[in-house]
Design a protein around this ligand. Structure first.
Ligand code: PLP
Length: 408
């Protein structure tokens, strides 16, 4: 007998983007051990945990070192205190969210893979091009056919429902990684109406919602009436509260959401299937991490989070000014910690290698976000301010408008 891997896994192309980048950086660093590289590449945070989060983490660990405060396996969907805190963070929206409709996960990426494996693999998953590469990979791993949802520069990198030619699962991320594009209330309304009419399901990713500074822009799909019938939302504490190393996120699966893609006789609340899935795949996220996440959502936690976000926003503003002065087309930066910048005549891996070799600056080649990302590169605002400033100094001669125009 030959043991074969899951065909979905076998069908994945090349390596995962960030692993490929890491390999090239390691090889470069081996050859140039003295060069100090600055990363404006991978989307990891650099600010430390906020005091209130660190205190909650330490207090929970100390509690677990007592006879009465020991916690063993936790509930698969998370402790009630955190499910309630997350549900309350949605208060005031058109669709109210109950704690029972929230499940705590160990991050957004795990949640994505878990949610996509709930559905009949025959159902297509519509993925924006360009997009966070895990969407395509997780859908492929779960065996779904992946369909491209083009996001064109002339549409501000926003997808259009007209491109969806058959019902399926549509993944939307706003503010977007990598383009920084943001859906307005009218855009969300258009997608919710389309999903209900076509029998599709929206899978929305709010990982960067905290970066949105315009109160008129919805932070969640549930700001739109009817979204509870057609949308599952994934959230994360990673980028808002520095949890990339702690690991905590969530899934909202409203009770009103039935499996619109399943045959009529199977129509049941998806929530039941989801809880059943969680029960057999998870023993919950650790108690100290859930206490830390609860602290992040407390009034003082929300205040302290702003301090870190302000620093990232200032980095984004410097990047924005730099590329405006350089006269290069770019998007993002205003409501997202990323700048999406057009490569001046050249392929994006070529620019990645050139900036690494000549400036010691790491960026993310747009081609890694799908074929539509070719010709663009992503700059992250997550670096330390002094590193971001130094990277801009090093890159100035290359991007200076006059030098570029001479070379063009
Ligand atoms: N969604 C988007 C768009 C992301 O960029 C990321 C991480 O970079 C995630 C989700 C996953 O975040 P995490 O698994 O750390 O919660």
């Amino acid at each position: 007998m030959e043991i074969a891997v899951h065909p979905g896994l076998a069908s994945l192309d090349q390596g995962y983007l960030f692993e490929q980048i890491a390999e090239e950086i390691t090889a470069f660093q081996k050859e140039h051990p003295l060069s100090r590289l600055i990363s404006l590449g991978i989307g990891d945070v650099t600010r430390p945990l906020t005091p209130v989060v660190a205190e909650a983490l330490a207090a929970a660990a100390a509690e677990m070192a007592t006879e009465s405060g020991m916690h063993g396996y936790g509930p698969a969907a998370g402790y009630p205190f955190l499910r309630k805190a997350i549900a309350e963070s949605y208060s005031g929206l058109a669709c109210s969210i109950a704690p029972e409709e929230v499940a705590v996960t160990s991050g957004g990426k795990e949640a994505l893979g878990a949610v996509l494996s709930l559905f009949d693999p025959a159902i297509p998953v519509w993925v924006c091009e360009p997009a966070y590469p895990a969407y395509r990979d997780c859908a492929g791993c779960a065996g779904h056919p992946v369909q491209a949802l083009p996001c064109r520069v002339e549409d501000g990198f926003l997808p259009k429902p007209e491109a969806v030619t058959e019902p399926g699962i549509i993944i939307l991320c706003s503010p977007n990684n990598p383009t920084g594009a943001v859906l307005t209330a009218a855009d969300w309304q258009m997608w919710v109406s389309f999903a209900i009419k076509s029998g599709s399901l929206l899978l929305t990713d709010s990982a960067y919602a905290a970066y949105c500074t315009d109160p008129m822009l919805p932070h969640s799909v549930y700001a739109i009436p009817g979204a509870d019938r057609c949308a599952i939302e994934i959230g994360s504490f990673s980028k808002s509260d520095g949890f990339t190393g702690l690991r905590c996120g969530w899934v909202v699966l409203p009770r009103a959401c039935v499996c619109a893609c399943a045959p009529a006789q199977e129509r049941q609340p998806l929530l039941r299937h989801w809880m059943r899935w969680l029960g057999c795949h998870s023993n919950g996220v650790s108690y100290p991490v859930q206490r830390a996440a609860e602290a992040a959502l407390s009034p003082i936690g929300l205040q302290q989070r702003e301090k870190a976000l302000r620093i990232y926003r200032r980095n984004a503003a410097s990047l924005e000014q730099f590329f405006t002065a350089a006269g290069l087309p770019h998007t993002g930066g205003s409501h997202a910690p990323y700048l999406w910048v057009q490569c001046p005549n050249g392929d994006s891996w070529g620019w990645f290698r050139m900036l690494l070799a000549t400036c010691g600056v790491i960026v993310t080649p747009g081609a890694g976000f799908g074929a539509a990302g070719e010709g663009w590169m992503r700059f992250s605002a997550f670096g330390r301010p002094e590193d971001t400033a130094e990277a801009l100094r090093r890159m100035e001669p290359i991007f200076r408008r006059s030098t570029r125009e001479e070379n063009e």
